[in-house]
Write a protein that binds this ligand. Structure first.
Ligand code: HEC
Length: 244
């Protein structure tokens, strides 16, 4: 039908298409969904979405790397992307230790600076940079009583709890390597074998005091240092780095 066939035909078409565009009327008795229900659904979706990531077994780009499938393992991203296997033992320990440090950071702070009067700093601390026999014991069994770090005195009630029971030798080794090589600190890597050695030799139930730890102040747990600072020195002979 052409527009000239009937003088009113265009108006009729326009009228009908306008009617067709309208939504169907609600059936009697039914109500539109209330706004609060929309918000509730949105809230549920947001919370559920947040759960999805952590609950799906530690999804990470390293594991589910689409490039690895295409290129047969090589990671074409600049800097290698940080796939676990590609890192040397020191870099890997630093990477894992950085996330493990969240356990300590609540007290010793993200920058390792501690909190005056409450939590001693780990930066430039002789307890962190000194003998590994002492450092491993402090974190494995805990510490109580007065301690002076970088000229500041601390004697926090309760001291520091032991972490030996809560962390594997590997996790502890990673965190200790991390605190010895962050925020300007630099010292040899601590391996899982070193932590395990102290665990096997030292069965202690109570927290240490600084005086009890004096014999270990300069002693390093013997063992191979696979990479990082001091890796090229003769393993067992490596002296404790001078406390800064
Ligand atoms: C709940 C708070 C808290 C947490 C968590 C904590 N510490 Fe401590 N840490 C302390 C306190 C308090 C002291 C001082 C204890 C004392 O007064 O004898 C201390 C002392 C130390 C010291 C010796 C002093 C120094 O500053 O060098 C080291 C090393 C240390 N902590 C490492 C760690 C590591 C590594 C972790 C994580 C695995 C950790 N701490 C987690 C509270 C904490």
């Amino acid at each position: 039908m052409s527009a000239s066939a009937h003088p009113d035909s265009t108006d009729l078409d326009r009228l009908h298409s306008a009617v067709k565009r309208e939504k169907a009327d609600l059936a009697p008795e039914s109500q539109p969904a209330p706004l609060w229900a929309m918000f509730l659904l949105m809230l549920v979706a947001i919370i559920a979405g947040g759960q999805l990531g952590p609950m799906t077994g530690g999804w990470s780009f390293d594991v589910s790397n689409p490039f690895a499938l295409i290129s047969g393992g090589g990671d074409p991203r600049p800097g290698g992307g940080g796939a676990g296997d590609a890192l040397d033992p020191f870099a890997l320990a630093m990477k894992k230790g950085a996330s493990g440090y969240s356990v300590c950071g609540g007290c010793h702070q993200g920058n390792g600076g501690g909190l005056p009067g409450q939590f001693p700093p780990l930066t430039k601390s002789e307890y962190v940079l000194g003998g590994t026999e002492r450092l491993i014991r402090i974190v494995q069994h805990g510490l109580t009583g007065p301690v002076t770090v970088n000229g500041q005195s601390f004697n926090t009630p309760g001291g520091m709890q032991p972490f030996g029971g809560a962390m594997s030798s590997q996790d502890l080794a990673n965190v200790l390597t991390f605190i010895r090589n962050s925020w300007g600190n630099e010292a040899t890597m601590i391996t899982k074998e070193m932590v395990q050695k102290v665990r096997d030799e030292e069965k202690r139930a109570s927290q240490w005091t600084i005086a009890e730890l004096l014999p270990y102040a300069e002693k390093n747990v013997p063992g191979e240092i696979p990479a990082g600072p001091g890796a090229t020195a003769a393993p067992a002979a490596a002296a404790a780095p001078a406390a800064k």
